[in-house]
Design a protein around this ligand. Structure first.
Ligand code: SF4
Length: 175
């Protein structure tokens, strides 16, 4: 049920890694009343620990690279990274500048690339919707290991996922 409602109300974290602000304004336009991304339950939160989708604009600069990795590691799994604009995809017009490293995927894995300079709000909305599908797939992947176990059984008051429940002092190798 939790997964169902996460897809219906994903929270995003927006980070400007070094952009010219062009793509950031388009993200704000997508959230503003004209396009009103919030009507789909999408909320721009400033807290990585409550976010599902990481929206990054701009190329990775020397000053922002550590922040990007920090924020990425603070977002709980499953999470989706969306590179917004040509700069975050490849470095764009800032590529090969003295203070610019590269696109975002040099440091963290990117799930959705939205090229363009600047990207339109429609494309950003499409990218977020694509990210939601990936988020759903990742959630299912995370659930898989639990399905490898047998259904829990109860025998003599002992609940176990093995056919024969282990008892205290019993040799594990026998089972
Ligand atoms: S893609 Fe264009 S608008 Fe977006 S941050 Fe880069 S230069 Fe600015």
């Amino acid at each position: 049920m939790y997964e169902k409602y996460r897809k219906k109300s994903p929270w995003i974290l927006h980070y400007n890694a070094g952009s010219c602000n062009g793509c950031d304004i388009e993200i704000l336009a997508a959230l503003a009343p004209k396009y009103d991304l919030e009507r789909f339950g999408v909320i721009n939160t400033g807290n990585p620990k409550q976010s599902d989708i990481f929206l990054i604009t701009g190329p990775v600069t020397l000053r922002s690279r550590e922040r990007i990795v920090e924020l990425y590691t603070q977002i709980p799994e499953p999470k989706v990274v969306v590179a917004v604009g040509s700069c975050s995809c490849t470095g764009g017009v800032f590529r090969d500048m003295y203070n610019v490293e590269d696109g975002v995927d040099r440091y963290i894995p990117v799930d959705v690339y939205i090229p363009g300079c600047a990207v339109s709000p429609e494309l950003i909305i499409d990218g977020v919707v694509k990210g939601l599908d990936i988020l759903e797939q990742k959630t299912k992947e995370m659930e898989k290991p639990f399905k490898l176990f047998q259904e829990a059984t109860t025998k003599d008051g002992i609940t176990s996922r093995r056919e024969t429940p282990l008892r205290v002092g019993e040799d594990n190798e026998k089972n």
